[in-house]
Design a protein around this ligand. Structure first.
Ligand code: NDP
Ligand code: ZN
Length: 350
């Protein structure tokens, strides 16, 4: 064991504050990482405030981790000291079930071990995330950061990137498809870039008319202001796919109307009950599909990093001093970030 430092919260109602805590010494299959940057995901806020009812305290968020390898266990073959690597939302899984064997560790039948607020599979300790100076992770859950990528703006690819790339890929989005992205925050702005890179005609649905110009700069071909009923109506029957990153309960029915027959509405932002209810007729009468998707597997996380390097895709980030983390949460909730905060971990040592 060794002493690490980071920012954690002790309850759903207290702010994040500096803490010292114990990290394990590397096991034979572990990689020890000095964290350089960590993205700030809306899931970090949901969890810090126990909005999903599954938080475990003290809770140290952070699952968009980029850093440098400082030590490796005796059995590690994929990474060596000095490598630039990433860790996303998961740090372990059972590795033998059908999902794990299919490289879909996120759907592990025993439940994956998430990067924070989950019991470690070996010693039962509560996992602590990336708002920290260091982390120790089994090598299977550590990915390589391609040389071409800027390290800080690569960090959000580990969650915001893979979560939007994976469903677009799974549902086979291709050139000419009409794709709608719902919400332009951390996930949404990456969704626009990926859909565009896959050749789709991309539309942003946003509450914020002021984001229209920005969305076009991100690659969106069209913008629909979702609070304007006329604009929503005019889009009836138009889309092949909707990728829904909205982080709160919202009425899906007006969005379902914008899908063509066989269209697919993919939820990634919501894990609460849908409220108000979906009108089943909107699915049945047009063979539409309401779907969901969780991050992506480890192999696919490496794939999306390589895809970003190949297509020159990066996240738009605002660098954050970790001492401003509580203000950053408030700004994210107010929609005041373009489009991802990334913590510069050098600020933790100040
Ligand atoms: P952000 O806060 O960065 O962005 C969310 C966007 O949704 C906002 O920018 C805004 O876009 C829109 N929005 C926010 N509040 C509302 C509202 N009340 N009504 C309608 N639209 C709203 O969040 P992230 O992109 O980081 O995360 C989005 C969601 O995805 C979160 O719930 C997060 O937990 C979840 N998530 C899911 C994952 C998965 O594997 N399925 C993985 C990672 C995150 P605009 O102003 O354009 O309307
Ligand atoms: Zn996330």
């Amino acid at each position: 064991m060794y002493t690490a430092i980071g920012y954690a919260t002790q309850s759903a109602t207290t702010p994040l504050a500096p803490v010292k805590f114990e990290r394990r010494s590397p096991r034979p299959d572990d990689v020890a990482i000095d964290i350089l940057y960590c993205g700030v995901c809306h899931s970090d806020i949901h969890q810090a405030r126990n909005e999903w009812g599954i938080a475990v305290y003290p809770l140290m968020p952070g699952h968009e981790i980029v850093g440098k390898v400082t030590a490796v266990g005796a059995n590690v073959t994929q990474h060596k000291v000095g490598d630039l690597v990433g860790v996303g939302c998961m740090v372990d899984s059972c590795r033998s079930c059908e999902a794990c064997q299919a490289n879909l560790e996120q759907y592990c039948l025993e439940g994956p071990t998430m990067t924070y607020a989950t019991p470690n599979r070996v010693d039962g300790s509560n996992t602590m995330g990336g708002y920290s100076d260091s982390i120790v992770v089994s090598e299977h859950f550590v990915v390589r950061i391609p040389e071409k990528l800027d390290l800080a703006s690569a960090a959000p690819i580990l969650c915001a990137g893979i979560t939007t790339y994976s469903p677009l890929k799974h549902y086979g989005v291709k050139a000419g498809d009409k794709v709608g992205i719902l919400g332009m925050g951390g996930l949404g702005h990456m969704g626009i870039k990926f859909a565009k890179a896959m050749g789709a005609e991309v539309t942003l649905f946003t509450r914020s008319a002021s984001k229209a110009e920005e969305a076009r700069r991100q690659g969106a071909d069209h913008v629909i202001v979702s609070t304007d009923a006329e604009q929503m109506k005019a889009a009836a029957g138009h889309f092949d796919f909707l990728l829904d990153t909205i982080p709160v309960q919202h009425d899906l029915n007006p969005y379902l109307d914008t899908l063509r027959f066989d269209g697919v509405h993919i939820l990634v932002g919501l894990i609460e009950p849908v409220d108000p209810p979906v009108h089943a007729g909107k699915l049945v009468m047009s063979r539409r599909v309401l779907a969901g998707s969780l991050i992506g597997g480890i192999a696919e996380t490496q794939e999306v990093l390589d895809f970003c390097a190949e297509h020159n895709i990066t996240c738009d980030i605002e660098m954050l001093d970790i001492r401003q983390i509580n203000e950053a949460y408030a700004r994210m909730i107010a929609g005041d970030v373009k489009y991802r905060f990334v913590i510069d971990m050098a600020t933790l040592k100040r």
